[in-house]
Design a protein. Structure first.
Length: 458
């Protein structure tokens, strides 16, 4: 059957794939209209709430541009994106660290993006009217700090580029300590607006120790505090919220009563180094280029998606749940959420991977948002209009509000799971190569997927 408003869905009774399990006893978090979530009642560490209270008082005392023009206003630490800043996790997943550096340097933490567009197009600060809480921060910069014409200009504090090499990452704790020293007593102590770009750091232990040393033994990463901090900073912009409301209605989804499968098939770490498609193009370049949905790349992508769905269906998703399928490759989304009853069986049987995809995807109600164009990466394809990037934020919130998440390559879906605090996370694949850093979330329920590229195709 097909769902309303043109969204494709499928239903089936292949009970051999689906585990019949009772619903989880994990309490369903309260989710308000603006998607703010609260997974427990313990609150945030005192150093975080004290900083938020001080932040709000300074913004009230120095409203609008007085924050910049008044000589008595506090100094600023501004997380910026003035060029290549990574994906959403790289840009927004470091809020606990950002708060820590701002707290330790007595600076007001703000955020300003110029690429691909202002963050306020997608996310805005909450306020006291959004929920019964005082956990909120106005992070917007009053005016324009970054000149878009100076794209790729280095920030004052940065760990991009060479800092992402393994030898530098190993000394990340020293980098944080040195950055705080620069702000307090070094070359940046007298600079009012310090720009800051720190991308994803896999080694959370040093940061956790710094956080726990301040108060309440809360490591933040891996705890409910992480999601609370994200929701203290962000809610969907009015346009994004309107799109979310409509999407939930059209797909007939209820937060925490569906699950999500994410397939990042264009990430270079998903394939062995040097893997190529028939034309001779490197698969790793698919993140920058738009490969056709054909040949070995199609087979690999569909096989990854099939493996992910099969893993999720058999390992923890509820029989009555819908599965929201999302991917960085729009053609794959449209393929996996088609009505497979329309696929000629003899055609499918000619291609073993297509036959398997039809069988697995038809064993559940798999849905997606409508995608008519290309899915653009906000960092690697950042020269498009604002409408090209709403899907990235829609999928993030669909993943945050899922009961269960199946994820593979990259940090996008893992980021959503950290925000949501769900304890139902199924990993079906891991990076083939990269920084050489072991991630805490590299625990696998499913057998590691092997693609056609692993079998020697070059």
């Amino acid at each position: 059957p097909s769902s309303s408003a043109g969204f494709a869905s499928k239903g089936g009774d292949d009970s051999s794939l689906r585990a019949k399990q009772p619903k989880s006893d994990v309490p369903v978090p309260m989710i308000s209209k603006n998607n703010r979530q609260y997974n427990n009642n313990t609150g945030l560490p005192k150093w975080v709430t004290d900083y938020m209270k001080w932040h709000r008082s300074m913004r009230a005392k120095y409203p609008n541009e007085q924050l910049i023009t008044d000589p008595d206003a506090p100094k600023l630490l501004v997380r910026v994106c003035n060029g290549r800043c990574g994906g959403l996790h790289d840009r927004l997943g470091q809020l606990p660290l950002d708060l820590y550096v701002a707290h330790q340097s007595n600076r007001l933490l703000l955020i300003e993006w110029q690429f691909p567009h202002a963050l306020e197009e997608f996310l805005v600060p909450p306020d006291e009217s959004d929920a019964n809480t005082d956990e909120y921060i106005d992070w917007t910069y009053p005016g324009q700090l970054i000149d878009k014409k100076k794209k790729r200009e280095w920030s004052d504090i940065v760990n991009a580029g060479k800092m992402r090499q393994k030898d530098e990452v190993d000394d990340f704790d020293a980098f944080i300590g040195n950055s705080i020293d620069r702000l307090n007593t070094g070359d940046l102590k007298d600079k009012r607006n310090v720009t800051y770009t720190v991308v994803h750091e896999y080694r959370k232990d040093p940061l956790a120790e710094r956080f726990k040393a301040l108060d309440e033994n809360d490591a933040i990463y891996g705890t409910a505090s992480y999601g609370r901090i994200f929701n203290a900073f962000f809610k969907p912009s009015p346009k994004l919220q309107e799109m979310l409301d409509q999407l939930y209605k059209d797909l007939n989804l209820v937060p925490r009563e569906y699950s999500t499968v994410h397939c990042r098939v264009r990430h270079p770490f998903a394939y062995n180094r040097g893997s190529k498609i028939e034309s001779g193009k490197y698969v790793a370049n698919s993140d920058y280029q738009n490969f056709d949905f054909e040949g070995v790349f199609k087979e690999s992508s569909v096989s990854i998606a099939t493996h992910a769905l099969k893993c999720a269906i058999s390992k923890g998703f509820h029989q009555e749940e819908s599965i929201y399928f999302m991917s960085d490759y729009s053609l794959l989304v449209n393929y996996m959420t088609q009505d497979f009853s329309k696929v000629e069986l003899e055609t499918a049987n000619d291609n073993r991977y297509e036959s398997e995809a039809a069988k697995v995807a038809s064993a559940a109600r798999v849905v997606s948002r409508p995608i008519s164009g290309i899915t653009y990466h906000i960092d690697k394809q950042n020269a498009r209009g604002v409408d090209a990037y709403y899907g990235t934020f829609l999928d993030l919130y669909l993943a945050i509000n899922a009961r269960c998440l199946a994820l593979g390559i990259g940090n996008y879906a893992a980021f959503a799971s950290e925000i949501s605090g769900t304890d139902c996370v199924i990993r079906y694949s891991r990076e083939k190569w990269g920084l050489g850093v072991t991630r805490k979330d590299n625990n696998f329920i499913c057998q590691q997927f092997k693609s056609i590229f692993d079998e020697g195709f070059n």
